[in-house]
Design a protein around this ligand. Structure first.
Ligand code: SF4
Length: 566
């Protein structure tokens, strides 16, 4: 059964009030792939009465007040994607489509959705001295990656923590299941939630024992101070090693508690075993088809986190740099459930994760102490301490494809080719099986560029590993007697990249890959990534050397055209 989204559904459960109302910028899709749905299910599972208001009309009170006022708190999320990324292309043009909106037209998610929804609640839900309005808690990707001062490409300026801009009460960052449960319990027992890990709030004074980040005023004044701030923020994002942080904004202080511990495998399995409908709520489904369902309905998520640390990606800051994986039994049980759905046609569309071939192994040192501060797990080379072993994922894929009713299991998510090449014991066999059983004609790889200094700015492996992987892929394809191809993903206008670099990338693509790529994205400086820091400061934060940054839309477009023009 879906969580209620209409007053009739609340009444049908015999409830006179909800404990928690979640507001989101996506349509309500009840799926383990959708953060708001997971949070709602986790709360409901222990007995909280939870309702969801998805994509509320922001022009009046009707939508936002339709479920009344929650007894405990409002939870506000911009949805699965930062609203500015969802609403604008890398060249600043409005996006016409939205995969999370019924009918696919991008007309429901406001810019800066987290701030707009918080204001909407405050405008129409007023407390009284006897009965103060319930607190508003921010969560999801947009809030999580904007939780401290950050560069915002759409303003081309540093913005304050979104908690101050939205004037909400709390912010829960990262993967929020345990923090949100503890938060609800704290409010229920009239306890202060301020001690909870994974939580931010604003106070009059800094918190004792916490590391003080350069203040907002300092980082606006000095790019060097912003760089120092970002390094400290980044290095304090793992639960095993992070300290609490504070940041001053004029006469107030953002208090950033250390991250919540990662979920144990048992708990992760429990979260994925909750009773998701894996569909859009009928209230939204009747408004039109929701494209995201095409890719998530028959997909299974296997793990969280990524230690790839590509500089343009924020997954490490949001989900963590430690990979945590579900047990094979839990994944198999979910896949088995999929086979019982009437619409299942025998195909599991994706065995999915941020980087799919990180399943089943982690660095023992990192598990004890947190990630190294002075080196990365995969760049410039795969760290020898990482026990790379693709046999776990291989066995998992075998289990899934042998399930009754399953005809095909595809791996559509990204695969790190350098990691695969590093696995002398199982890499080749794994690739052979993936090629034989789990590729639907095209396998995606994301080299992103060919030029050494651009790859260095991205934190990506050199092109020799791509070429070696390519050779192995085609050998495996031939051995399997199949006609399969590689689809390459590239980025134009990343910090460090000039037009001359794009010309060299074109030559590389033609001479070494034998094609001209179609999958070319223009770099978008999204909040809280190292690449955005480079974009803003025009300096390499690891070497302090100046770095070329293409900031003109025309120049960015030209970079892309150099690679794509026929
Ligand atoms: S020892 Fe190597 S694999 Fe482990 S955290 Fe450090 S860099 Fe990563």
């Amino acid at each position: 059964m879906f969580l209620p989204t209409t007053p009739q559904e609340v009444a049908a459960r015999g409830w006179d009030q909800l404990d928690v109302i979640l507001v989101t910028g996506d349509a309500y899709i009840d799926s383990p792939f959708i953060g708001v749905s997971v949070i709602g299910r986790v709360l409901a599972d222990v007995g909280y009465r939870v309702g969801i208001i998805a994509q509320p009309d922001i022009h009046g009170p009707d939508d936002i007040t339709r479920l009344g006022e929650p007894a405990l708190f409002w939870g506000v999320s911009g949805g699965s994607i930062d609203s500015m990324v969802a609403n604008y292309t890398a060249l600043g043009k409005p996006r016409r489509s939205d995969d999370y909106t019924p009918g696919g037209r991008n007309n429901r998610r406001p810019d800066r959705a987290v701030i707009v929804y918080t204001n909407l609640i405050k405008r129409y839900v007023k407390g009284t001295p006897q009965r103060p309005a319930p607190p508003i808690v921010l969560g999801g990707v947009e809030a999580s990656l904007r939780r401290v001062a950050h560069y915002d490409a759409w303003d081309d300026a540093l913005r304050r923590s979104i908690l101050l801009d939205a004037k909400a009460d709390y912010l829960i960052y990262g993967m929020a299941e345990e923090t949100v449960l503890a938060f609800a319990d704290a409010l229920r027992f009239s306890d202060s939630p301020r001690r909870l890990r994974g939580l931010c709030y604003v106070d009059e004074t800094p918190r004792k024992g916490y590391l003080e980040l350069p203040s907002y005023e300092e980082v606006v004044e000095s790019k060097q101070a912003f760089t120092e701030m970002f390094h400290t923020f980044y290095q304090n994002s793992d639960p095993r090693s992070a300290r609490g942080l504070t940041q001053r904004y004029a006469n107030r202080h953002l208090i950033h508690n250390p991250p919540a511990p990662y979920l144990s495998q048992k708990r992760l399995d429990e979260v994925y075993a909750l009773d998701y409908e894996r569909d859009a709520h009928p209230y939204y489904a009747k408004q039109g088809a929701i494209k995201a369902l095409e890719t998530i309905t028959f997909a299974v998520n296997t793990h969280r986190g990524c230690y790839g640390e590509c500089n343009f990606c924020a997954i490490g800051v949001h989900e963590g740099r430690t990979v945590r994986w579900r047990s094979p039994e839990s994944i198999e049980a979910e896949a088995r459930d999929l086979t019982h759905r009437p619409e299942f046609k025998g195909i599991i569309q994706d065995v999915s994760a941020p980087t799919v071939n990180m399943y089943g192994f982690e660095c023992p040192k990192k598990l004890r102490q947190g990630p190294c501060q002075d080196r990365r797990c995969l760049y410039p080379d795969v760290c020898p301490t990482l026990p790379v072993d693709h046999s776990h994922h291989q066995e998992l894929l075998q289990r899934l494809r042998n399930l009754p009713g399953v005809k095909k299991v595809f791996v559509s998510s990204g695969l790190r080719h350098d990691l695969l090449l590093d696995d002398e014991a199982h890499g080749e066999e794994y690739l052979q099986e993936v090629v034989e059983h789990h590729v639907s004609g095209q396998m995606k790889v994301a080299p992103e560029h060919s030029e050494e200094h651009v790859l260095e700015a991205m934190g990506k492996p050199g092109s020799e590993s791509l070429l070696e992987f390519r050779e192995r892929f085609f050998e495996a394809t031939e051995k399997a007697g199949k006609q399969q191809f590689l689809t390459y993903y590239f980025i134009a206008a990343h910090p460090g990249c000039t037009e001359a670099d794009m010309h060299r990338l074109r030559e590389f693509a033609v001479s070494e890959l034998g094609m001209l790529p179609e999958q070319v994205q223009i770099f978008t400086p999204t909040p809280s990534t190292y690449a955005s820091l480079m974009y803003y400061t025009e300096t390499n934060p690891f070497t302090s050397e100046p770095i070329y940054v293409e900031k003109r839309f025309k120049g960015k477009r030209r970079q892309k055209r150099i690679l794509t023009s026929r």
